[in-house]
Design a binder for this molecule. Structure first.
Ligand code: NAP
Length: 485
């Protein structure tokens, strides 16, 4: 029974890429009573937190832009991190989001009671809202390695996402633990600046030799004068990514084999010392871990002052890192490029849904949400880039735009008075998880490597189908999958 239209008050948690997007789309849909909660003092999410040298995005910038805010101004195919951060700050400012943000106030808890979400924040502020959109990010909480003696290091040590700008890098002896996208970007940026660079590699990576050309003034002028080219260009990049997305979910696909050949040729052609080449040769399938794009990592690691260390780390000592061959790698600075706790969605926020059902209970033994968006017993609470979503080398902006459009269709039902509460059913979530786990068995992510995609059972905690299928799933919510109360 329709109870008539309602004015809704909405909270968005997080002012990163997905939070800014949610606030813009809510405003566009006519929701005027919206607060964005942001624990930091600036918008930008991951692009605010990560400031390490060499930071960029591995999705081309003309694709890693909001579809409604394309820009001709990108400096390179893969723009540097500060430029991406400035983009999000500008879009937030120009679209009236910044003024809706409550900065420096972290949401600690959300409790559903009498049809509304009751929020409490770190400052003691309280709020009551009808709808919550959690846009708290995927790779957010640093994964600190457990290594004997790590606290005894006398130099400067920090996680890659806590880069310390005050530290003197030029001319220093720097160690980097890890060989993920972060470490690879750092190595390329630092090799020529430091006195000595020691890269502690536990697992070799496949490196796709992707060039990163700068756009010329003429190219930018052409894009300014012909904005259609921007959307056409974005579409063709998106089509290319669709191809890749089909490849990674089928471990036997021709595309995966092509990627593997290209990476192998890069290794064979560009690493000259046979011993170093063998130590850089991965022993698992390409794209099993997130594929790394780099035009110059192999050059950088072959610099005379760079050292690829493949002996295991035995312990960390005041003077540096001791490896199992007995060597002490003396260091001034040690960067832990050891990745993130990928299953820490929304933490440490506590969430209590209907009938005192908590998030800890819902996510025991691991995070799950219907289409990564909605959870049974947590009505009117939605996640953007939530658990088990499409993160395998897709543009998270495209993912988020599709999810927000889907979420707003559900919120519209509440506003229209069709229902007061909407959440996925237990059956829909169980069926989604069953199908997801089954499909995951055929992806390249389970072909024998360790990665942040894998959950505690070794199953990829990601969307295991093509991006085309994701787009279809995001078209219109299936009413049968939701409880409308
Ligand atoms: P990551 O891919 O999870 O890599 C972490 C690295 O640390 C791995 O090489 C891992 O080794 C190593 N490691 C972890 N614990 C260790 C320990 N105790 N001892 C020795 N080594 C240890 O993390 P990330 O590089 O920060 O990248 C995470 C994700 O962020 C990427 O996959 C990507 O999605 C995103 N990202 C993207 C970009 C980009 O757009 N280009 C840049 C940065 C990050 P093993 O491989 O042996 O586990």
């Amino acid at each position: 029974m329709n109870t008539g239209p309602r004015q809704l008050r909405c909270a968005v948690i997080g002012a990163g890429m997905a939070g800014i997007l949610s606030a813009i789309k809510l405003a566009e849909a006519g929701f005027t009573d919206v607060t964005v909660y942001e624990k930091a003092d600036r918008v930008g999410g991951t692009w605010r937190e990560n400031t390490y040298p060499g930071l960029s995005c591995d999705v081309p910038s003309h694709l890693y832009s909001y579809s409604f805010a394309l820009t001709p101004e990108w400096s390179r195919r893969f723009a540097p991190g500060p430029e991406i951060r400035a983009y999000f700050e500008r879009i937030a400012r120009e679209n009236g989001v910044t003024q809706r943000v409550r900065f420096g106030d972290q949401v600690l808890g959300c409790v559903f009671s009498e049809g509304r979400w009751h929020l409490t924040t770190a400052s003691g502020h309280r709020d009551q809202v009808d709808v919550v959109i959690a846009a708290t990010g995927v790779l957010h909480h640093p994964n600190y390695p457990v290594i004997e003696g790590i606290d005894t290091f006398k130099g400067t040590m920090f996680h890659s996402s806590r880069w310390d700008d005050s530290v003197q890098i030029d001319g220093a002896r720097i160690g980097i633990i890890g060989t993920g996208s972060t470490a690879v970007q750092m190595v390329s940026a630092l090799a020529n600046r430091v006195a000595r660079l020691s890269l502690f590699q536990r697992t070799a990576q496949w490196i796709m030799p992707q060039e990163n050309p700068a756009y010329s003034d003429e190219e930018r002028t052409e894009l300014r004068e012909h904005p259609d080219l921007l959307s056409e260009g974005r579409q063709s990049l998106s089509d290319l990514f669709d191809l890749f997305s089909n490849a990674v979910v089928d471990s036997e696909s021709a595309e995966i084999k092509m990627i593997e050949r290209a990476c192998l040729a890069n290794l064979e052609d560009n690493v000259h010392d046979p011993d170093l080449r063998e130590r850089l040769r991965p022993t698992y399938r390409a794209a099993c871990k997130r594929l790394i794009l780099s035009p110059d990592f192999y050059d950088a690691i072959q610099s005379p002052n760079a050292d690829l260390v493949t002996d295991d780390i035995e312990r960390i000592e005041p003077g540096g890192v001791r490896t199992t061959d007995g060597r002490l790698h003396e260091l001034d600075v040690l960067v832990l490029a050891t990745g993130f706790k990928a299953d820490a969605f929304m933490r440490p926020m506590s969430l209590v849904g209907r009938n005192d059902f908590t998030l800890d209970e819902a996510w025991d033994p691991r995070p799950a949400a219907y289409l990564s968006i909605s959870m049974p017993e947590f009505p009117n609470f939605f996640m953007v880039n939530g658990p088990n979503g499409p993160v395998g080398n897709f543009s998270l902006i495209e993912v988020a735009e599709l999810q927000v459009r889907y979420i707003l269709q559900l919120v519209e039902r509440i506003r229209a008075g069709d229902c007061r509460e909407v959440s996925a059913t237990h059956e829909a979530l169980a069926e989604f998880e069953r199908a997801r786990e089954q499909a995951a068995q055929h992806t390249v992510w389970v072909t024998g490597c360790r990665s942040w995609y894998l959950d505690d059972r070794g199953l990829p905690a990601v969307w295991p189908w093509s991006f085309v299928r994701f787009r279809q799933a995001m078209e219109v919510p299936d009413p049968a999958a939701f409880e409308f109360a």
